[in-house]
Design a protein around this ligand. Sequence first.
Ligand SMILES: Nc1ncnc2c1ncn2[C@@H]1O[C@H](COP(=O)(O)OP(=O)(O)OP(=O)(O)O)[C@@H](O)[C@H]1O
Ligand SMILES: [Mg+2]
Length: 453
Amino acid sequence: MKPLLLIVDDDEEIRTQMKWTLAQDYEVVLAGDRGSALEVFRSAHPAVVLLDLGLPPQPANPEEGLAALSELLTLDSSTKIVIVSGQGDKDNALRAIGAGAYDFLVKPVEVEELKLLLKRCFHVAQLEKEYRRMQQLLQADTFEGMLGTSRVMRNVFDTIRKVATTDAPVLILGESGTGKEMAAQAIHRRSPRKDGPFVAINCSAIPETLLESELFGHEKGAFTGAHAMRKGRIETANGGTLFLDEIGEVPLPIQVKLLRFLQEKRIERVGGRQEINIDARVVAATNADLKKGMAGGTFREDLFYRLAVVQITLPALRERESDVKLLAQCCMQRYSGQIGKNALAFDAEAVRALMRHLWPGNVRELENRVKRAVIMAEGKRITPQDLELESVSGAAAVTTLKEAREAVEREMIQNALRKHSGKIAPAAVELGVSRPTLYELMEKLGIAREAKE
Ligand SMILES: Nc1ncnc2c1ncn2[C@@H]1O[C@H](COP(=O)(O)OP(=O)(O)OP(=O)(O)O)[C@@H](O)[C@H]1O
Ligand SMILES: [Mg+2]
């Protein structure tokens, strides 16, 4: 579809000439006076207008043209209006720029100059439109930078709003890449402690021997190599929020010490005698199954109940189908803007592939795929191949009955699995087959098991 251009000029010959000159690149609509210009604008809504200032009933003076300019801008202030003025009429052209016109050309108009200017106008209009759309998306659908309009995510946001104002410890659960750290930050930023520090520690990334001193700090000479006193993360979080990430990986001896800190709000540095009062709100997160850890004796039950005064579970991305497109769109816009590849869009097959994928790596996987696709995309359209997702228009590729049947089976099984978070039993019920049959079919069709029972 060609971009739409409105040409307003009282000289019919000029109008037709321009139309023919530009018809190859634009869909041109015409008007000969202010009234019809507004009428055409209202119904066709072009992004760019070429406007002659000398319009009837007084073609010799610019007032009618300037009035048209201001009325068009009132209808849509983002319209790019290019003034076409007569020789020696520069003052009026400048007046028009002052009143919001985008640029001006002097008659007789040079075709190449006109074409270049129009190209730039449409480009700027397009960029501005995308920018506005993204701002709207971001404003309407984010909560502290987290995108989501699905019911499950709205519930998460509601819970965060409620707990943020309290000091209660929060345990955030969810698969890898679902946004646990973002949720922890949202809690902090919404809390009365927001001006205090947010201190995160990834308990699984620090070797056991160092974790204690990293958390609690140490005194000078507490152990070989402890040349000076050092505050731990807990102490640094004083007055703010302490985020204990991957809490499930904390070894038992340190769990005991954390429990004591949670109960008494006091700590001792390693090698220290003196107790230090700490006022820090604790938020913990894990993608491990702590119930299993408790049953197996690797996670203390008393610590669990201390931490999990409030639990927030971030749903897997496959459980928030309605957010996938929004996340992909926002990520694509943000990243393509960053690397200067504008006006990209997902093609219809890419959207279907995004919707169908089960996202074992959740939002992080989606971000990675979309970023890669923005880099790989060759034209203006992102394809399933750019996303490294299987194309969904299976019908075109299918040639035999067997392939057709398998394509339908695969589609139905994947839909049922997505609906039930990858759980086999309810998916089998929905599909009307036994569990072993479903397993067999999945194996035959090469569908991976993405989630545990
Ligand atoms: N709702 C969301 N809206 C926008 N971006 C999100 C959302 N959730 C997650 N992200 C993005 O996805 C990525 C992963 O999020 P985050 O690090 O918070 O997840 P996580 O659950 O802590 O993952 P892991 O378990 O792997 O540590 C980040 O880049 C984050 O910005
Ligand atoms: Mg994390």
